[in-house]
Design a protein around this ligand. Structure first.
Ligand code: GLP
Length: 263
């Protein structure tokens, strides 16, 4: 996998957004895989700015979100559907009927998960999947021990994830302990994967993802098996990488190669 180490969170957002803008400008009806959490917010702001400046249009874009809490409606303020509307969809020229978030309120979640998988395939598959990462290296809500071949399904959240995400919920507010998430197998089928991580809190997860063994104990390590995955991380998230200088050197060489190919 490609590891791009940048100065800070702002640089990570700008670099990641540029990849999405290029992808959409190359294929205006791209199928985007989108993520929630605090990390992608700055990237979404970059995309909103690019849309306002007419550098990119989402009018033909389709999207699938990674995950959703179980048992809450899409208009619930803590739902990931609500998050996506607030952080991106309401501010760009996307047709919301072209955006999908797993239905956390489905009467039959098992059927809903199967349909989600079918819908992705019917759209031609995901062109580019955005990911954050949990402190325990979860991607989507694929917690440690998730099968590396898993598909969209109901997943129980670990106490660590519940605690990490408690900051978004009010003291008396019900916080779901179950989710619907794309599986690791689903994520691995997207044509390109862009994972963002910022801050020291993610350093251990990033080290295990890049340099640890391929293991269900570290869900993000499955990206070692993806042919087109890029990790865009800041210095703090890179701080525990043993071969950090080597990854930086590779990037310098990659840049030279790209410049040469553009000539
Ligand atoms: C949640 C989401 C993940 C996200 C993670 C990290 O658990 N399901 O998709 O990557 O949070 O969030 P943050 O970026 O806020 O650290």
């Amino acid at each position: 996998m490609k590891v791009v180490i940048l100065k800070d969170a702002a640089a990570v957002a700008a670099y990641g957004a540029e990849i999405f803008v290029k992808q959409i400008n190359k294929k205006n009806h791209s199928v985007l895989g989108l993520a929630t959490g605090s990390t992608p917010v700055a990237l979404y702001q970059e995309l909103i700015a690019a849309n306002k400046e007419s550098k990119v249009s989402f009018s033909a874009v389709r999207s699938f979100n990674l995950d959703e809490y179980m048992g809450i409606e899409g208009d619930h303020p803590q739902s990931y559907r609500h998050f996506m509307n607030e952080e991106l969809f309401n501010h760009v020229d996307i047709d919301k009927s072209n955006t999908q978030v797993p239905p956390g309120n489905a009467a039959n979640p098992i059927e809903a998960c199967e349909k989600y998988e079918r819908d992705i395939v019917d759209m031609g598959g995901i062109d580019i999947q955005l990911l954050g990462i949990g402190r325990n290296a979860h991607i989507g809500f694929n917690e440690p021990s998730s099968s590396l071949a898993s598909r969209t399904r109901v997943k129980t959240l670990t106490q660590a994830t519940i605690d990490d995400n408690a900051r978004f919920f009010g003291a008396d507010e019900h916080q779901p302990h179950l989710s619907i998430t794309m599986g690791i197998g689903t994520i691995l089928e997207s044509k390109k994967v862009v994972l963002l991580a910022t801050g020291e809190g993610k350093a251990e997860a990033i080290q295990a993802t890049v340099e640890g063994p391929l293991s269900a104990a570290c869900p993000a390590s499955a990206l070692q098996m993806h042919r087109n995955a890029v990790l865009i991380i800041d210095e703090a998230a890179a701080s525990k990488l043993v071969d950090k200088e080597f990854y930086k050197h590779i990037e310098v060489e990659n840049q030279k190669l790209e410049e040469m190919l553009e000539l």
